[in-house]
Design a protein around this ligand. Structure first.
Ligand code: NDP
Length: 429
């Protein structure tokens, strides 16, 4: 697929969309078979992925369209059960595309491995002993994963903190090593755990303490991705609202989230509505991304908005999002799950760094979609209309009945399961 602008994709049937996908150069017959089969993830593969398997749990896979990021087009696979997310992301991506697209950047993919040491006789001497051997420790930890170093990654820095120094602290005093490891295109959890575990005996020898935990941190604040968009107000208006009204509404909505944790949680959930589906579709660990994102939102000591919205001197709306983004294009279950392999083909990113940038751009788009709706029509108008089909199915509608019932629910402005059940009974008579 050369472009992510596919006018009318929304109105095509699933079959028509699949025909379009099957024409993609990189798409093999096997990909098509997997994506379109009823058992895309076989029970055998699933049984090799986790424990106590009894089946699989499919999710709808949709395509976020119109994404122009750093002048490159991306078709974004999104796995999610919630209606309106994919539509909203694509709608905002089209607006941003008309404003020149998203600009994004990412730091090097430097993750953190932590080693906890307790029981040192003198924590300050222990800290000095570690720092004195810093280069040797970095070399030693790299020796535990030579293939990563050969790829241009590996440990590149180390620091040490003493926790609970103050007398009378409720918790034990401890030394914590942070080893900064470039994991290249892998998320790197297993790689890091292997590396830091290998260092434990040397650390015990140097510090005279006992090592307990040796594991990555899910707050990789040196592995950040940033997205930005600049939107002129003439692209924001509608029949009912001027572009300036929409812009100001979005900024006020942001200021609410920036000032109030109760609102910030919901605001940020909306951002993760865009992020998680891409993380899931690409076979990445969404719990890790969620945990890191919320930690970043609280990095200044108070939980706040992940995004920032403002206006520039010309009155354009400016949106920015920075998040830690521990995702990979290899490793974990990425190449094990057949659909995530296909999702990577669709997305066509060159590296984990580029994947991280696409993900934050989708998060920023999703946030604007929610804020724009909230600051104008309210979220229910669009959302409930799209939700009406799920409500019809929940009430027992099948086949052609689903469309009929969902349309009636919208017309009668009563999108709830009780009403849908009445309509289903009526339809069956
Ligand atoms: P893997 O253990 O699969 O390691 C990555 C693999 O990718 C390595 O075997 C490496 O090969 C290979 N590889 C190929 N090309 C590259 C490249 N360009 N860059 C980097 N590696 C490459 O996965 P991760 O270490 O990424 O760990 C991710 C998994 O760990 C996820 O499933 C996650 O859920 C899980 N996990 C998460 C935890 C957490 O978040 N707290 C804790 C523990 C696990 P080679 O060996 O040849 O170098």
């Amino acid at each position: 697929m050369q472009t992510s602008r596919i006018p009318g994709f929304y109105n095509m049937t699933v079959e028509q969309r699949r025909e379009l996908l099957a024409k993609m150069e990189s798409f093999t017959e096997e990909d098509t078979a997997y994506l379109f089969s009823k058992e895309a993830l076989s029970t055998d593969t699933a049984d090799n992925m986790i424990e106590n398997v009894v089946g699989t749990f499919p999710l709808p896979l949709g395509l976020g369209l119109n994404f122009l990021i750093n002048d490159k087009d991306f078709v974004v696979p999104m796995a999610i059960e919630e209606p309106s997310v994919v539509a909203s992301a694509s709608h905002i991506a089209k607006i941003v595309r008309n404003a020149g697209g998203f600009t994004t950047e990412a730091t090097d993919r430097v993750m953190i491995g932590q080693i906890q040491v307790v029981g040192c006789q003198d924590f300050y001497i222990a800290k000095e002993a570690i720092l004195h051997e810093k280069d040797n420790l970095i070399n030693a930890v790299n020796a535990a994963y030579p293939s990563l170093v050969n790829r241009g990654g590996g440990a590149e820095d180390l620091d040490v903190r003493i926790l609970n120094e103050e007398p009378g602290s409720k918790y034990s005093q401890m030394l914590v090593l942070h080893i900064y490891i470039n994991t290249c295109d892998a998320m790197g959890a297993n790689i890091i755990n292997t590396m830091v575990e290998s260092l434990a005996p040397t650390v015990e020898e140097l510090t005279g303490g006992k090592v307990y935990l040796r594991i990555l941190s899910n707050y990789p604040d040196r592995c950040l991705a940033r997205a930005r968009c600049v939107i002129p107000t003439d692209l924001l208006g509608s029949e009912e609202f001027s572009g300036e009204e929409v812009r100001d509404g979005v900024i006020h909505a942001y200021e609410f989230a920036a000032s109030d944790p109760y609102r910030a949680v919901t605001h940020n959930k909306g951002i993760m509505n865009g992020i998680d589906p891409v993380v899931i579709a690409t076979g990445n660990d969404w719990r890790a991304v969620e945990a890191g994102a919320h930690a970043h939102a609280a990095r200044n000591g108070r939980y706040t908005s992940m995004t920032e919205w403002s206006k520039d001197d010309e009155g354009n709306l400016i949106g920015e999002l920075e998040l830690p983004m521990s995702v990979g294009t290899v490793g974990g279950s990425i190449r094990v799950h057949p659909i995530s392999s296909i999702a990577h083909k669709l997305l066509n990113v060159d590296s984990a760094q580029e994947l991280a940038q696409v993900i934050v751009a989708v998060g920023l788009a999703q946030n604007l979609g929610a804020l724009k709706a909230l600051a104008t029509d309210g979220i229910q108008k669009g959302h409930m209309a799209l939700h009406s089909r799920s409500v019809a199915i929940a009430a027992g509608a099948t086949g052609e009945m689903i469309d009929v019932i969902s349309q009636r629910l919208i017309q009668e402005n009563e999108i709830r399961v009780g009403k849908a059940k009445e309509l289903v009974e009526e339809y069956k008579k």
